[in-house]
Design a protein around this ligand. Structure first.
Ligand SMILES: CC(C)(COP(=O)(O)OP(=O)(O)OC[C@H]1O[C@@H](n2cnc3c(N)ncnc32)[C@H](O)[C@@H]1OP(=O)(O)O)[C@@H](O)C(=O)NCCC(=O)NCCS
Length: 120
């Protein structure tokens, strides 16, 4: 797992219960997966086609610093699949885990195209 980004939970990131809003966590996970894939495939012409269930393991609170991890788990012809997580940097507890994010390389017509890691 490659840990790159750190973020602090701020007031705009909270839900009505005063903990990290799930939609915000979802957005961060998608962004981290896309940046990881863009670096690996050396293109920003990519799109998320599927995200498996997002599992919220523990709450994050105002002021918490979160670190995000992404790991390559499958290489296809036009797609790659990665696993993502957000952890509390202080406690190391997992906040959110997503087992599979599938990202597809696109051509200039926004159709799937072979990426640079494809074997054939
Ligand atoms: C991404 C998109 C172009 C793919 O088109 P498609 O016709 O479904 O493509 P294909 O069926 O040829 O599949 C392309 C690749 O994605 C994979 N894929 C497609 N749907 C999938 C799914 N539901 N689950 C897992 N993998 C999937 C295929 O296995 C294939 O991978 P491979 O070439 O490595 O074997 C199209 O679905 C799309 O435009 N979706 C919207 C993307 C988007 O707006 N995302 C949100 C913002 S990033």
């Amino acid at each position: 797992m490659e840990y790159s980004t750190q973020r602090m939970v701020m007031y705009p990131h909270l839900n009505a219960a005063g903990i990290l809003f799930g939609g915000q966590a979802f957005s961060w996970v998608d962004e981290d997966a896309i940046i990881f894939a863009a670096n690996l495939l050396e293109t920003n012409k990519i799109a998320t086609v599927k995200m498996s269930a997002l599992e919220f393991k523990s709450a994050a609170n105002i002021g918490d610093i979160l670190i995000s991890g992404v790991e390559l788990i499958r290489v296809g012809t036009t797609s790659i699949t990665v696993k993502c997580e957000l952890r509390n940097k202080t406690t190391n507890k997992i906040i959110v885990q997503v087992d599979e994010v599938v990202i597809v390389a696109l051509d200039y017509n926004k159709k799937p195209t072979k990426h640079k890691l494809a074997k054939n």
